[in-house]
Write a protein that binds this ligand. Structure first.
Ligand SMILES: O=C(O)C(=O)C[C@]1(C(=O)O)C=C[C@@H](O)C=C1
Length: 278
């Protein structure tokens, strides 16, 4: 099986993919791609892909949510890993740094450090390992924010550990297949699983007062837990939003989940994204 992830080897996505394979006792050939878009495009009909969905410090990854919203995918699992960064530079001091390479989601996790580099131009990269490569092939005055695990493997005049805004920092990744799912497919789970998660998009037909309140009433009445709520523009009209919702519960509640989604689908457009064990 081919497992498409953000590369090159050594990204947090790579670490997350290995963690997912080991906890689910699977093997796969990791297939690295340079951007989220290329990762998504590369997922083979019989393969799987992995994209980051949220970070503890910088919040949801909109590019991933937009992908899930616009394409027919089935989410089959999730995995969360600790994330930390170091600063490496071809410079003797912070004030001598002229350019700093930083992955776009990493930037929001290292705000304190970046604001202490007023003379540095921030150059955004597509992956943390690309930041490492840019520095390795860089020139005096260059710096990069790189995975903390890369600090021991690189030697530059200036090395500063643990530069994320806080040490306690995690990123959650979603694992998906590139095929649609249906509401009816939502109740089959392996027997060993106790807890499930069910991500869906819900789009109300109009923007009436209390629409969101009404949507949230469905899982509440069924005693299903609402784990995540994000609103995304439908892009069709200003003011009309789609809601990305993750419902969680115990496997004993799968029938209630099914009934709830069916009821919701009578009133709203419900796009199911699968049900997976936790
Ligand atoms: O560049 C990487 O190492 C990635 O795996 C991407 C990514 C992300 O975009 O969220 C993953 C985890 C960190 O939050 C920062 C970057």
């Amino acid at each position: 099986m081919k497992f498409s992830v953000l590369g090159p080897a050594g990204t947090f996505a790579d670490a997350a993919a290995h963690q997912y394979l080991s906890t689910t006792h699977q093997t796969a050939t990791i297939d690295y791609h340079a951007t989220f878009e290329q990762v998504y495009q590369a997922v083979a009909p019989d393969g799987i892909g992995l994209l980051p969905i949220e970070n503890q410090l910088d919040g949801f990854v909109m590019a991933t949510l937009q992908r899930l919203q616009s394409e027919a995918v089935t989410i089959i699992g999730e995995t969360t890993i600790p994330v930390n960064f170091g600063l490496a530079a071809q410079a003797d001091s912070l004030s001598a740094i002229k350019r700093v390479y930083v992955q776009f989601k990493t930037e929001g996790q290292c705000q304190n450090l970046l604001s202490s580099l007023p003379n540095a131009e921030i150059i955004t990269t597509s992956s943390n390992m690309v930041s490492v490569e840019k520095l390795q092939h860089g020139k005096p005055g260059d710096a990069a924010i790189i995975p903390q695990s890369q600090m021991a493997l690189n030697a530059f005049p200036l090395m500063r550990d643990n530069v994320a805004d806080q040490l306690d920092n995690f990123t959650r990744f979603t694992i998906f297949k590139k095929s649609p799912t249906t509401l009816a497919a939502n109740t089959t789970l392996e027997a060993a699983v106790n807890q499930f998660k069910c991500p869906i998009f819900v789009t109300p037909p109009t923007d009436d007062p209390g629409t969101l309140y009404e949507i949230l009433g469905y899982p509440k009445r069924a005693q299903l837990n609402l784990a995540t709520l994000m609103s995304l523009p439908t892009k069709q009209k200003m003011g009309i939003y789609s809601f990305y919702i993750e419902i969680s519960g115990t496997t004993a509640q799968l029938d209630d989940l099914q009934a709830t989604l069916t009821e919701m689908a009578r009133v709203f457009t419900v796009q199911p994204l699968g049900v997976y064990g936790l």
